[in-house]
Structures are given as structure tokens and as C-alpha cells.
Design a protein around this ligand. Structure first.
Ligand SMILES: Cc1ncc(COP(=O)(O)O)c(C=O)c1O
Length: 292
């Protein structure tokens, strides 16, 4: 689900919004959630309905201050919004006079291919959130990018105990220097490897696995969520750190470093494939699978 904010104080715009159930109580009051692209067939018609309701004094939705969206859902299961849907959403925001906030906390800094994931749809968001994507290159940090016309902060106004860690600024700035044509081409090679692997696994198990994601943010959706968890557990024993995402943790999520050595990446994917084979085999005859 993407998350739509309403009645938001423009001066103190929210920095990060997550729609995982854990965060809903207390933190996410005064918002309206709309189905993400593809959810039960939702598409542009859903955006049109939302816009109509938001513009109708009796529509049941207060005037919209901002729309926040991930172009690829990180925790939500690696769902990739279509460019048409993203453009439709950005256009609706403009017509409603709402800010467009793109959450690039997982998708930013080359994870989906271009530096920002919204470049795929040619969007020009008002606000962009970066955190894991930029912090993962160097030291932990989070960052909010604002179009100049929305930057109403006075110097030193956005302060706090852990904000503005100088060392993280230095490492993040150094990491940005890595963003060269060669680096981008390397990310592309790794994403193709990952895409091929995901496709081959879903072809091998068409009823049990679906390939999800884009770029270096891909994974496999398991028809049985317990099997995804089992694979992640066995992979950890095989020294492959992997997590699950999606509403029922049914998606095995592969977020390898963007510069992982190709040989290492390829052999890790092979090992992961064998682990999946073994887990599926064990479901047929439980004694056939012995975790190492
Ligand atoms: C896409 C996305 N947005 C927002 C957040 C929240 O980020 P933070 O932990 O920096 O508040 C997360 C955290 O997992 C996330 O993955």
C-alpha cells in the first residue's frame, strides 16, 4: 500500500512515513491509504477515484497536503509501480496542489538502476527521503532533499541529538564520487545476473515462485510464506544474509551490495538456488532435507 498524507503542516513536513502495521498506531494519524499499483487490479482508475474524492467537498477525504510513495515497495514485497501509474500519481498531486514526496530510503542511490528510482518515470518530486540507500554506501545517515521553494527551515532549525553526523556526511559525500559511468555499468551487469537468476528460479518452480523487483532490488515471492522463512534461515547457516519482506514475509529479498564481486554474487545465487531446491525437496519427503 502506498501512503497518502493529508492535512499536513507544510512547514513541518513529515520526513519519513512507513505503512507497516507496526507504525500505524499514533504515528500515522490523519492519512488516507490507497491501493498500490496492481493491488487487486488497482491502477490509474484508482488514482482518478481518489482525486475525484479529494476534490469533492463531500468526498470524505480532507484537502490533501502531500502524497508519499515508494516507486518500488521495499518492505511491502518488492512490488514495482508502473511508470504510467507513477506519472498519474504525480499529475494528480499537481492538480490537487499537494506535494509529491518520494521515499527513496531503500530504492535510492542506484539500487533500482538510475541514481533515483523516480527517474524511470521522469518525476520531479517536491521532497525526496534518503536513508539506507545513502547510508549503506558509507556510515548510517538519513537525508531529506527539498526543492528550494519548500526549504523554509532556518539555519540550525532542524536539529536533534543524532542529526548531522559529520563523519557520515564525509563518507556519503565520498560515496557519491563512486557514481561514475563504470559504476553504473557494473550495477547493470549485476542486476542482469540477478534478474536471470530470479527468472530461472520462477521458471523452475512456476507454481511456487514468482520473480519480483527491479535492478538490484529483487527477490522471489513464495506461494507458501513459511518456505521463504525456511530458505532465509538455511541461507544464513550457509553464510548468506538474507531477509524476507511482504505482508506475510513471503518474499525473499536480495539486496546485495551494488559493487559485490561478480564471481561471489554468482556463486552465492547458485548456493541460494540449491538451498531453495533442498527446501522444496524436503517438503516432498521431509527426511530428504538435512540443514547443514
Ligand atoms: C522505505 C522505507 N521508508 C521509511 C523507513 C523508515 O526509515 P527510518 O528507520 O530511517 O525511520 C524505512 C525503514 O525500513 C523504509 O524501508
Amino acid at each position: 500500500m502506498s501512503t497518502f498524507l493529508r492535512s499536513m503542516n507544510r512547514k513541518f513536513a513529515p520526513i519519513v512515513v512507513d505503512c507497516q502495521p507496526f507504525w500505524r498506531p499514533g504515528l500515522l494519524n490523519g492519512i488516507t491509504r490507497l491501493p498500490y499499483d496492481g493491488y487487486f487490479g488497482a491502477g490509474l482508475a484508482e488514482i482518478e477515484r481518489f482525486e475525484r474524492m479529494a476534490g469533492d467537498p463531500s468526498g470524505g477525504i480532507d484537502p490533501v497536503a502531500a502524497i508519499i510513495v515508494e516507486t518500488v515497495q521495499g518492505e511491502g514485497g518488492l512490488n514495482v509501480a508502473s511508470t504510467e501509474w507513477l506519472i498519474g500519481l504525480a499529475d494528480a498531486a499537481k492538480r490537487l496542489g499537494a506535494l509529491l514526496i518520494v521515499d527513496e530510503i531503500q530504492t535510492g542511490c542506484g539500487r533500482t538502476g538510475p541514481f533515483f528510482s523516480f527517474e524511470r518515470a521522469g518525476l520531479q518530486p517536491d521532497i525526496v527521503c534518503l536513508a539506507k540507500s545513502i547510508g549503506g554506501y558509507g556510515l548510517p545517515m538519513s537525508l531529506l532533499l527539498l526543492q528550494p521553494e519548500h526549504d523554509v527551515w532556518s539555519p540550525g532549525e532542524h536539529n536533534g541529538t543524532f542529526r548531522g553526523n559529520s563523519l557520515a556526511f564525509v563518507t556519503a559525500a565520498a560515496a557519491l564520487d563512486l557514481w561514475t559511468n563504470d559504476f553504473v555499468a557494473g550495477v547493470e551487469r549485476r542486476s542482469l545476473l540477478l534478474a536471470d537468476w530470479g527468472r530461472s528460479m520462477s521458471v523452475r518452480y512456476p507454481d511456487r515462485l514468482s520473480a519480483m523487483g527491479i535492478g538490484m532490488m529483487r527477490g522471489l515471492e513464495f506461494a507458501q510464506s513459511a518456505e521463504a522463512a525456511h530458505v532465509a534461515e538455511c541461507a544464513a547457516r550457509d553464510r548468506i544474509v538474507i531477509e524476507c519482506c511482504g505482508p506475510r514475509d513471503e518474499v525473499l529479498k536480495i539486496m546485495a551490495p551494488l559493487n559485490i564481486e561478480l564471481d561471489l554474487f554468482s556463486s552465492a545465487l547458485e548456493r541460494l538456488g540449491r538451498t531453495i531446491d533442498a527446501v522444496f525437496e524436503s517438503k516432498k519427503s521431509p527426511s530428504a532435507f538435512r540443514a547443514k
